[in-house]
Design a protein around this ligand. Structure first.
Ligand SMILES: Cc1ncc(COP(=O)(O)O)c(C=O)c1O
Length: 427
């Protein structure tokens, strides 16, 4: 009988490429016990229940919380998406406004729409300034690190939040491992109130496993009910067990990221010697983000060449290739990656991108815009309409319009340059 998804996965495995993408376990048998399939149970008298935990799940979460130094840590088998939903619910149970960095994942936009929360948008470098001009917001929400591994100034933003007594929520989907780097770069160490950590992306955890990490005690008591509002009543036990195992592994191997940092530094030096630029500013020391546009190659073209060299990247766009390395990558993986980088043809840099248009005016609430009936129109017919979806060219990975915003002539021109042809607008 045909089983196309299963067959595709087997086919992909048989390609034998080195994984520089999620999940962080890299299918390495050293990351996780091999018998997780045989442990796919459900809520039974001796296996506990995720949203009503009083047995082994509660104990496993407590061990994680003690190890991470949090006020509370909750398991999620529904990815970081569930943790992001819970953070918004905990911080704004009655709705209201949140100051949001424009670098934002769609899970956060959808969560705000579902909960009737209204974003006030700011560019990542303008958070504190915009906060001072919008003192009626009830929380601040940022993404740090972002997909490219860039870190925000969490310390300055959390200090500004503390001054006016509001929480700082951090999408740390790509940074669960930053508790284990030297220096420690995790947002909780810099004053974040809560973080949503996709453990499955950068640690030895099965896909879907994530932690809601609560730093501020005030949000600890209601955490489970906030998670239960959105979570499936059938969370995967192997996924939850992998979160437990990953914590135990990290406790046994607390310095596992240090040799990885050295390896990644070598890779980055090699790429720079070959003419590739790296993102500027403070970043994740183990995220490998190569600007191949600086050697005349689109990131997507470079990614194809990497695949031919046996290396599967996490992501590629017009300018960048992003690779996720973890302690579960092997020496062979790094050797292949070095060869792949050395094999990239070097040419003249691609032309620079035009500056971003200014943020457009908001014409409709986020909830109304996301949930109201919409229609797809050609970009040329979109000027003056109200967006029903985000349009986000990469780079810069910053949405040019968000649901509810007016589609301006400048936005249309910008999007057209990036190959956008259509957009969803409100009817
Ligand atoms: C920045 C960011 N936030 C949140 C998420 C959602 O995480 P998850 O897939 O674990 O639900 C992702 C997923 O790619 C992401 O890149």
């Amino acid at each position: 009988m045909p089983a196309p998804l299963y067959d595709a996965l087997v086919h992909h495995r048989n390609l034998g490429r080195s994984s520089f993408h999620t999940p962080g376990h890299k299918n390495n048998p050293e990351a996780l016990p091999q018998d997780l399939y045989s442990l796919d149970f459900t809520e039974l008298p001796d296996t506990d229940s995720l949203f009503d935990a009083s047995g082994p799940i509660m104990q496993a979460e407590k061990l994680a919380s003690e190890f991470f130094g949090t006020a509370r840590t909750c398991f999620s088998a529904g990815g970081c998406t569930l943790c992001i939903q819970a953070m918004f619910r905990l911080a704004l149970p009655e709705g209201g406004k949140v100051l949001c960095s424009r670098v934002i994942h769609r899970s956060a936009v959808n969560a705000m729409a579902l909960l009737g929360i209204e974003p006030v948008w700011a560019m990542p470098d303008d958070m504190v300034k915009t906060l001072n001009a919008n003192m009626d917001v009830r929380a601040v929400y940022i993404t740090s690190p972002d997909y490219y591994g860039r870190l925000m100034d969490v310390e300055a933003i959390s200090a500004a939040c503390r001054r006016i007594g509001i929480p700082l929520l951090v999408d740390c989907a790509h940074g669960a491992h930053l508790m284990f780097t030297a220096p420690k770069l995790h947002p909780l160490a810099y004053g974040a109130s809560m973080t949503a950590d996709s453990a499955h992306k950068t640690l030895g955890v099965l896909t879907g496993g994530a932690w809601l990490n609560i730093g501020d005690e005030r949000y600890a008591a209601n955490a489970k009910s906030a998670m239960a509002l959105f979570g499936s009543t059938s969370p995967s036990y192997p996924v939850m067990a992998s979160l437990d195992c990953a914590r135990a592994w990290l406790q046994a191997n607390p310095n596992a990221f240090l040799p990885l940092q050295e390896k990644v530094a070598e890779i980055k030096e090699l790429a720079q010697r070959r003419g590739m630029a790296l993102p500027e500013g403070k970043g994740d020391p183990v995220r490998i983000t190569l600007n191949t546009a600086s050697i005349g190659l689109h990131g997507t073209e470079a990614a194809e060449l990497f695949r031919k060299a046996g290396v599967e990247p996490e992501y590629a766009d017009a300018d960048y290739v992003v690779l996720i390395a973890t302690p579960f990558n092997t020496e062979k993986d790094f050797m292949r990656l070095k060869n792949a980088i050395e094999g990239l043809p070097c040419g003249r840099p691609l032309p620079a991108h035009p500056p971003l248009p200014v943020l457009p005016p908001v014409k409709e609430g986020l909830r109304e815009a996301v949930l109201a009936p919409s229609v797809t129109v050609c970009l040329s017919k979109a000027v003056g309409r109200i967006a029903a979806e985000a349009a986000c060219p990469c780079p810069p990975g910053i949405p040019i319009v968000m649901p509810g915003e007016l589609i301006t002539k400048e936005a249309v021109e910008f999007l057209r340059r990036y190959g956008f042809l259509k957009i969803n607008v409100l009817k």
